[in-house]
Design a protein around this ligand. Structure first.
Ligand code: NAD
Ligand code: WQD
Length: 337
């Protein structure tokens, strides 16, 4: 019998790609999502890519009876927890929504897991927990801080998970701090489908390239970076998904928990990313330089050493592949799912 993984937030961007990598690695997948920020169609596409079935529950992680039902109906071996809200601006406007969804939701899920004696857990954290880093590349041991409620919700859950492992060493927990996910599955069948105006660079650029939006606004060209625009560590979502499979494998073979960065270790500026997307798509991406976005930092990229040493995992795909795959998804699905 293959190990059965409950994936929360499974129909979302990173969740759907991780379902594909899990199925292809021989795991069975039970998917759960409340569809707040995604479409059920992504699960059908996952099934199409993998020629296998996924059991899907439309449910909220704050709904304890629904979680108990999933645990009763399946013998779950581990949980990967993607379900969460992730818009920084919205979190500033609606902090209670973010703490309820991201923090209370995780506590409810962990409680249901403990009750069912399921104690392997992979958590989607973020490089946002490093705040404005003192230096780059950022190691896992760097000082942590949060600059907005979204970031604080991730930091709080990290602390809760560490307390839980302290209290009960049977828990095996992997905290994964993602840098900037980009790209899509090379099939073009699944990808990022943001609702409304994209907050993040890559989906915005892709929508300009496909003609859904007129122009990109670049938030500042006066940062202390070589071309003045912000530097980030863009990581292909398929590499990121494979990082989860590697983390899970370790949880199945070794006790204890760990916290690691999932990034490439390579930073690119906004202008470099835009040029790479233009080259991959063959489309112009017109832009204006506008003032800095409040809360943005100059430069953020990972030290990927710990992930390589602990998991034997490293990112394999470069910026060109991210842009080519993102473009394939966007041009095959110009309006999303
Ligand atoms: P996404 O919005 O595409 O996926 C999240 C999914 O969770 C969505 O399908 C949404 O409907 C679902 N969801 C939200 N709240 C839920 C709830 N209470 N119950 C059930 N389902 C719920 O986002 P993503 O980019 O795939 O992000 C996945 C996770 O990774 C999130 O926790 C996010 O905070 C984290 N993360 C994302 C990024 C990024 O830039 N994309 C970076 C770092 C960390
Ligand atoms: C990248 C670069 C912008 C949009 C955010 C969250 C973080 C994490 C990932 C979840 C920056 C510039 C962007 C645009 C632009 N999410 N930019 N015009 O800011 O690194 O991180 O998403 O955990 O928590 O804060 O990513 O894609 O928004 O921005 O010029 O329309 O692109 O200023 O330099 P960021 P991003």
């Amino acid at each position: 019998m293959p190990n059965k993984i409950l994936v929360t937030g499974a129909s979302g961007y990173i969740g759907s790609h991780t379902c594909v990598e899990l199925l292809q690695a021989g795991f069975a997948v039970v998917a759960l999502d409340n569809l707040r920020n995604s479409s059920r169609k992504s699960i059908a596409r996952v099934e199409r890519i993998c020629c296998s079935r996924v059991t899907f529950y439309e449910a909220d992680v704050r709904d304890r009876p629904a979680l108990d039902r999933v645990m009763r109906e399946h013998e779950i071996d581990a949980v990967i927890h993607f379900a969460g809200l992730k818009a920084v601006g919205e979190s500033i406007a609606k902090p209670l929504l973010y703490f309820d969804n991201n923090v209370s939701g995780t506590v409810t899920l962990l409680t249901a897991m403990a009750e069912a004696n399921v104690k392997r857990f992979v958590f989607s954290s973020s490089a946002t927990v490093y705040g404005d880093p003192e230096s780059v590349p950022i190691k896992e041991s760097a000082r942590l801080s949060a600059t907005n409620p979204y970031g604080r919700s991730k930091l709080m859950v990290e602390q809760i998970l560490n307390d839980l492992m302290q209290a009960d060493p049977n828990w095996r927990i992997s905290i994964l701090r993602y840098f900037n996910p980009a790209g899509a599955h090379p099939s073009g069948l699944i990808g990022e489908d943001p609702q409304g105006i994209p907050n993040n660079l890559m989906p915005f650029v892709a929508q300009v390239a496909v003609g859904r939006r007129a122009k990109l606004a670049i938030f500042g060209n006066d940062y202390p970076t070589p071309d003045g625009t912000g530097i980030r560590d863009y990581i292909h979502v398929v590499d990121l998904a494979r990082g989860h499979v590697a983390a899970l494998r370790r949880l199945f073979t070794q006790p204890g928990g760990f916290t690691i960065n999932l990034g490439t270790g390579q930073g690119y500026s906004v202008l470099e990313a835009v040029r790479a997307f233009e080259a991959a798509s063959g489309c112009a991406v017109p832009f204006d330089i506008v003032p800095r976005r409040p809360g943005d930092i100059a430069s953020c990229y990972a030290s990927p050493t710990e992930a390589r040493e602990l998991l034997g995992w490293h990112a394999e795909k470069n910026l060109e592949e991210m842009c080519a795959d993102h473009w394939r998804w966007q041009s095959m699905n110009p309006q999303g799912y």
